[in-house]
Design a protein around this ligand. Structure first.
Ligand SMILES: Nc1ncnc2c1ncn2[C@@H]1O[C@H](COP(=O)(O)OP(=O)(O)OP(=O)(O)O)[C@@H](O)[C@H]1O
Ligand SMILES: [Mg+2]
Length: 372
């Protein structure tokens, strides 16, 4: 079998990609995905990513998406596919981390009858199934180094062979890879081929952690509430301003996936108290967020933030230890009762465990405001 799809790519049309989808009516296919405005949100970094995606989606070049777990790499891969001329062709995902090495080869490239014990019939691999469309290799860092050579050949000339096969096969597809590890470090330790890295990394997209997209949290919350209300056929009120404030202070180690799961629990449990105690508990037991070390550092601001985080953590611990009795907490901390109330409000903590401050009582702890 030799197949070659003549797909015409036009880089200059990239900017028009978003509009083109709705014009051709293909917008229906994107109905399962959130709107682009939600996927990219408002931060400058994600706006730059959006422009990059608009430019490259129609080009067919390999794309490498990097980012921590739950930042939306899988979602973005689907979005890029739906924005491309291949949107009506298959989108085939392979989770390299979930399939052990030897099996991954047969899963990807397929096998001929009799290729190994148990191969009673020939089976096409996912590469063939993705012909004409997009092959999404999730967790590419987990691929065995021996299999990486075969993938490199596929990327170089579109050729591969099934296990036990004699004949080279040919496909035309776009490859999108995703990883939550730094591939440069994998190369340095000999676990990832440098030549393959350059092949898959023609365009590189870095998805930021949710904690640096705080301004997008309210829209994401509204989106997930709507989804889970419908999914569970349950009512749930919009979150109060104080609960949203708590969400904005959380460091989100599980990123957008963690926020989605939290919103699902909120819809099911029907109470803000449950989720706010969960977040407070998390803060109580975990270390404060890491201090950013890239780019320029505003020492005064970062130090103030670290002190505030530490103070907040100490107050929380002592409140917990005193069953949220504020008089005893103040005395244990050797500060006045009034000073404690002020600090509780300033840190955006509830007055009691499971209670919420009315929005007017929240003092915004914005770093700029605290500068002076
Ligand atoms: N911008 C977004 N808008 C709405 N939902 C999102 C967004 N980003 C991610 N999600 C949702 O969050 C969840 C996690 O996203 P996804 O699976 O794409 O993350 P990931 O980076 O691939 O994670 P992992 O590294 O663990 O595979 C999914 O349910 C996805 O639909
Ligand atoms: Mg994923």
């Amino acid at each position: 079998m030799r197949r070659a799809l003549a797909l015409k790519f036009d880089l200059n049309k990239g900017d028009m990609a978003t509009t083109a989808i709705s014009k051709t009516g293909a917008g229906n296919r994107t109905a399962s995905l959130p709107p682009a405005s939600l996927i990219f949100g408002r931060t400058a970094a994600m706006q730059t990513t959006r422009m990059k995606v608009d430019k490259v989606a129609s080009s067919g070049v390999p794309i490498l998406i990097q980012g921590d777990s739950g930042t939306g790499k899988g979602l973005l891969a689907k979005f890029i596919h739906q924005l491309s001329p291949k949107l009506n062709s298959p989108f085939v995902k392979v989770n390299c981390a979930a399939i052990p090495g030897a099996l991954l080869e047969s899963e990807l490239f397929g096998y001929e009858k009799g290729a190994f014990t148990g191969a009673q019939t020939a089976k096409p691999g996912r590469v063939e199934l993705a012909d004409g469309g997009t092959l999404f290799l999730d967790g590419i860092d987990e691929m065995d180094i021996s299999l990486q050579a075969k993938l490199l050949q596929l990327l170089q000339d579109g050729q591969f062979f099934r296990i036990g096969g004699q004949e080279d096969m040919r496909v035309e597809l776009r490859v999108i890879c995703a990883t939550n590890r730094r591939l440069e470090a994998e190369i340095a330790s000999g676990r990832f081929r440098q030549d393959l890295f350059y092949r898959i990394n023609v365009v590189s997209i870095e998805l930021p952690p949710l904690r640096s997209r705080v301004e997008d949290i309210p829209e994401l919350v509204a989106h997930f509430l709507q989804i889970h209300r419908v999914r569970h056929n349950m009512e749930a009120r919009p979150l109060s301003a104080s609960a949203l404030h708590l969400l904005s202070k959380h460091s989100w180690p599980g990123n957008i996936r963690e926020l989605e799961n939290l919103m699902e629990r909120y819809v099911i449990l029907g109470s803000e108290d449950a989720i706010s105690s969960e977040l407070l508990n998390w803060e109580y037991t975990h270390t404060p967020r890491e201090i950013p070390v890239e780019g320029q550092i505003h020492l005064k601001k970062v130090t103030r933030q670290a002190i505030d985080d530490l103070e907040r953590k100490i107050i929380l611990s002592v409140l917990e230890a005193n069953h949220w009795n504020r008089k005893r907490t103040a005395s244990a901390l050797r500060i006045s009762y009034r000073a404690l109330l002020y600090k509780i409000r300033r840190a955006g903590l509830p007055r009691k465990r499971g209670m919420h401050l009315p929005p007017a009582q929240i003092i915004s702890p914005s770093p700029a405001a605290r500068e002076n």
